[in-house]
Design a binder for this molecule. Structure first.
Ligand SMILES: [Ca+2]
Length: 507
């Protein structure tokens, strides 16, 4: 017998264990442990981490989301590979970059025939469900049960599509999605492990708060971000030519100067009571210039945070149910959002750019059996890693062509030595709404290099340690010539590794 190192031995033992438990029900029948963890994958839409108290928000409190941070791990450097809704979701499902899974922008349809982690879990004996916002244009595949909003869905009285059948609902979308998620959890038959994707529409534009939160924050003035009146000096055309500013892009619906069109009489009464006095005061004041931007910011940020307050309450309901039902200990709970968002930072709302506020995804993971309570991790992790991670927890072999890596070791506090030290990004949706130019780039712990291309050819380099708000592009600064050259080489290597030739050449 040859002598093997401890690591090789462990690797072999792990492979053997995985081989034993992957056959799912067949394996269970032979007496293999049925204690594979459940997976509760909670995702919101456009929830920036700087609007969560566990991430140090200056604006709001999120006590229920904070529970996950307190009882699990909070990630400081969780990023998305393409900061926009549907593409991010496709990356999560497939563990592959946008150019590989085929969904590069919001206009395209997801090819549901390709392998996804829910399908692989289902095949391995998991009971799978998708409830809430799906946004991929084709019907969900790989789920025993699905009940989704059509497209973006609406906040009040939404239609939902349950296993192909459209149904009308009365009520607020965040409550309704949660009701369905709880009903599904309570109605499960048998003892197969489950994977539930519980995905909210909130706090997506147009940020319509629920009936319980319409006047929350009425008595406070929210602090403004330092860059609310950013003049984009020190950056390139992409930042100047976008169309996602609080000043110019927000419309009457966003600002609640007109109400949602489909409210019930009772909802309309509550809505008008909350907004009409404030709107009347606004009309009388006849604000101009910076004062008008300030008013818009307050209106926007409060409505955004009101939507999050409802998410937080509803996540609390689900966490309480996990406790009451005894499921909490054997359930991996992951909270994230499909990307970050600008909360008035740089004068913006929306996402898309590789700049920090929208590149970052909040990420909290709780699994008492393997994750130390209250831990904080600063490794670079990506939405690309979610699929391999879920599969790893379930003991399902990760397909070789998935491009992410399992975070299970990271979550256990044992980050592998070869874990990534930089990440690759590529955004495509241009020309399109919000006019954010196509770009790709690399982010390391300290630097970020971005190439805007298509109808432009501009490079931007930021020193995140000296300039965390990314206000000064140092690409042409001779002091950074070496850094720029090295990052370009790394960027080329990453593009090659991920087989991405869809952007402009790196010269
Ligand atoms: Ca989104």
């Amino acid at each position: 017998m040859t002598i093997r190192t401890r690591r090789e031995f462990l690797r072999g033992a792990g492979a053997l264990a995985a081989a034993c438990i992957t056959p799912g029900l067949a394996g269970l029948a032979r007496g293999v442990s049925p204690r594979r963890p459940n997976i509760l994958f909670i995702m919101t839409d456009d929830h920036a981490s700087h609007a969560m108290s566990c991430y140090g928000s200056r604006l709001n409190k999120t006590p229920n989301l904070d529970r996950l941070a307190r009882e699990g791990m909070r990630f400081e450097n969780s990023f998305c590979t393409n900061s926009i809704c549907a593409p991010c979701r496709a990356v999560i499902l497939t563990g592959k970059y946008s150019h590989i899974n085929g969904l590069m922008d919001n206009a395209q349809k997801f090819d549901g025939a390709q392998p996804t982690f829910p399908k692989l879990l289902q095949k391995a004996g998991y009971e799978t469900a998708m409830i809430g916002k799906w946004h991929l244009k084709t019907d969900p595949t790989g789920f025993d049960y699905w009940n989704i909003l059509p497209g973006q869905g609406v906040y009040y009285n939404p239609v939902m599509i349950e296993m192909g059948t459209r149904k009308n609902h009365t009520g607020y979308v965040t409550d309704i999605i949660t009701d369905y998620a709880l009903d599904w959890l309570k109605g499960r038959a048998g003892d197969r492990p489950f994977c539930l994707m519980y995905h909210h529409k909130a706090p997506h534009r147009e940020w319509s708060p629920g009936p319980r939160h319409l006047t929350l924050y009425d008595d406070v003035t929210m602090p403004e971000p330092a860059t609310l009146f950013d003049d984009y000096q020190g950056r390139g055309r992409a930042a100047r030519e976008q169309d996602m500013s609080i000043e110019k892009t927000m419309n009457a619906r966003d600002l609640k100067l007109t109400p949602p069109t489909n409210l019930t009489a009772e909802q309309k009464q509550l809505w008008d009571a909350a907004y009409e006095p404030k709107n009347e005061a606004f009309r009388v004041a006849n604000l101009q210039g910076k004062d008008l931007v300030r008013w818009k910011y307050q209106r926007y940020i409060k409505d955004y945070l009101r939507c999050i307050a409802s998410v937080d309450e509803n996540v609390g309901r689900v966490l309480d149910y996990l406790d009451e039902s005894g499921l909490a200990n054997n359930t991996v709970v992951l909270y994230t959002s499909d990307q970050g968002f600008y909360l008035g930072d740089h004068g913006w709302f929306d996402k898309r750019f590789m700049y920090e506020e929208s590149l970052r995804m909040p990420l909290l993971v709780r699994y008492p059996k393997e994750i130390k309570a209250g831990s904080v991790n600063d490794d670079i992790v990506l939405n690309l890693d979610f699929a391999p991670t879920f599969l790893d927890y379930a003991g399902v072999e990760v397909p070789a062509d998935m491009q992410g890596a399992s975070m299970r070791g990271v979550l256990a506090g044992k980050t592998p030595e070869d874990w990534r030290r930089s990440m690759y990004y590529h955004y495509y949706e241009y020309p399109a709404v919000h006019s954010v130019k196509r770009h790709y780039g690399i982010r390391t712990r300290r630097h970020k290099l971005i190439h805007f291309y298509h109808d432009i050819d501009e490079w931007e380099l930021y020193d995140l340690r000296k300039d965390p708000e990314e206000l000064k592009n140092v690409y042409d600064d001779p002091a950074y010539a070496d850094v720029a050259r090295r990052l370009k080489e790394q960027l080329k290597r990453l593009a090659a590794m991920y087989k991405d030739d869809t952007g402009a050449a790196i010269e």
